[in-house]
Design a binder for this molecule. Structure first.
Ligand SMILES: NC(=O)c1ccc[n+]([C@@H]2O[C@H](COP(=O)([O-])OP(=O)(O)OC[C@H]3O[C@@H](n4cnc5c(N)ncnc54)[C@H](O)[C@@H]3O)[C@@H](O)[C@H]2O)c1
Length: 435
């Protein structure tokens, strides 16, 4: 092995390299903090000035990260791209959304960033992509940049893919506890990737090629999408047959092999599960195969808000009122997070509002207003939760079962509860309907 590579390896082992994180969002910020926690110097680049100003004042914008955690001498946040020239490893945590109103990957963030790095790439630079994406992305977007700059990947520049597997809000599994999938363009790249991530995660799992590593992440998310879809469909079947889906899942979970529990809900949400699977279905079609499970599970999961609306209408039909007051409890896409992206609660609110005879209010302990991306709302009021005032609503629907909510009080003071998360699955009370 060349002396320069051995020197780089020794620097990584001694945490004597600077890590540059690109995109300080849900993935990039915790990762930056983890690298600085273990002793690396870290520079964090985000084009959003507002985020950088907050970080400089040690004000967190991510619920699972406290202000205190931001106070680190070896972490410099900035909106100046040039700072990356000072880093030895550049870890890209940029968004990979779908194009508007389509199921086609929007690679703009990755593409633009790849072309912007030409100006400061230097010998022995390490490029790592963490964003979730289709197999072939790392090679397609970053290999040409390295080569065009005159570098020989694997010899004097290093290309790595290592997907983020973070589960926001999950206190049990943080970055350090989750085995890190790593792959690289060459054996040297893999070695360097393993060394870097070995410093922040308990375990690294080396995968054969960049494309295999990209596929691993998609497979994990597709697995979830399909299993959530299965749980949601079985919920409908159970409702029709007068069975309790939670009782079924609870008992099935006692099987020590071959079964992993997934739970039904009002649909699915977040930046990953409703989106990432379509990266693969799009790519797979280019290879002449249209995957079936991906589209089917999305169809079932996306139909859940409409299913819930129908149940709500059925319950309220007995009453002849002209206007029904409904409270949506929890609007984040899952419990204990403040993330509204692709939230099924937002979809339900949109659907309910089209009915005209519903006046909708919401309460979420982590979200006080619905951001500009969801401005489709009309007259949606924030209800400052007072449990003993819940009886002013004709119906209370639990869309997100945040641990912060007091479920005993919800049950006590509400007139009708529509429980979309199985919080009251073993409670026999006429005012509760599972949905
Ligand atoms: N959120 C999750 O739970 C999660 C988990 C695993 C993987 N992922 C994947 O990780 C990637 C990032 O997701 P996220 O949830 O952190 O997204 P995010 O939207 O929370 O963060 C992305 C950040 O990138 C910044 N940004 C956008 N364009 C930029 C540019 N040109 N230069 C610098 N910064 C820029 C944005 O301001 C934002 O802060 C995606 O591919 C996602 O699929 C997300």
């Amino acid at each position: 092995m060349k002396k320069k590579i051995l020197n780089l390896i020794s620097k990584i082992k001694n945490k004597n390299i600077t890590i540059g994180i690109v995109g300080l969002g849900y993935v990039g910020l915790p990762l930056a903090l983890r690298f600085s926690e273990v002793g690396f110097n870290v520079v964090g680049y985000d084009k959003d000035d507002k985020k950088i100003i907050k970080l400089k004042k040690y004000k967190s914008y991510i619920k699972s990260i406290s202000d205190q955690e931001l106070i680190k001498k070896n972490f410099i946040p900035t909106s100046n791209l040039k700072i990356l020239s000072k880093s030895d490893a550049i870890i890209i945590c940029l968004p990979t959304p779908l194009k508007k109103n389509s199921k086609v990957p929007d690679m703009t963030y990755i593409k633009n960033f790849a072309s912007s790095i030409k100006s400061f790439l230097r010998e022995n630079h390490i490029l790592i992509l963490e964003s979730t994406t289709y197999p072939g992305t790392t090679r397609e977007f970053f290999l040409p940049v390295l080569k065009n700059c005159g570098f020989i990947p694997g010899k004097n520049a290093f290309l790595i893919y290592s997907p983020e597997r973070e589960d926001p809000g999950n206190k049990k599994y943080r970055i350090k506890d989750i085995p890190k999938i790593v792959s690289g363009y060459s054996d040297n790249c893999k070695k360097i990737g393993n060394l870097i991530y070995g410093k922040v995660a308990k375990k690294t799992v080396e995968v054969k090629s960049l494309e295999h590593a990209e596929m691993v992440k998609l497979y994990e998310n597709i697995y979830r999408s399909i299993n959530i879809g299965l749980a949601n469909e079985m919920k409908i079947v159970c409702h029709k047959m007068g069975l309790n889906i939670y009782e079924v899942i609870k008992a099935a979970s006692t099987k020590p092999f071959g079964f992993s529990p997934f739970y039904p809900g009002p649909g699915y949400g977040g930046h990953c599960i409703p989106i990432d699977p379509f990266y693969l279905s799009w790519k797979s079609k280019q290879f002449g195969y249209s995957p079936k499970f991906i589209e089917l599970s999305a169809k079932i999961n996306n139909s859940m808000p409409t299913y819930i609306k129908k149940n709500i209408k059925k319950i309220l039909k007995k009453d002849k009122k002209k206007l029904f007051k409904i409270l949506i409890l929890g609007i984040a896409y899952k419990k204990n997070v403040d993330d509204l992206r692709e939230s099924p609660a937002v979809q339900l609110i949109n659907i309910l509002q089209k009915e005209n005879n519903f006046q909708i209010n919401f309460y979420d302990p982590f979200i006080k207003k619905i951001d500009s991306r969801n401005k489709k709302f009309k007259d949606i009021n924030y209800f400052n939760l007072k449990y003993n005032k819940l009886n002013k609503f004709d119906l209370v629907a639990i869309l997100t079962d945040h641990d912060k909510l007091d479920y005993k009080k919800i049950l006590k003071y509400s007139k009708i509860v529509v429980d979309c998360r199985g919080r009251f699955f073993n409670i026999k009370d006429k005012k509760v309907t599972q949905s």
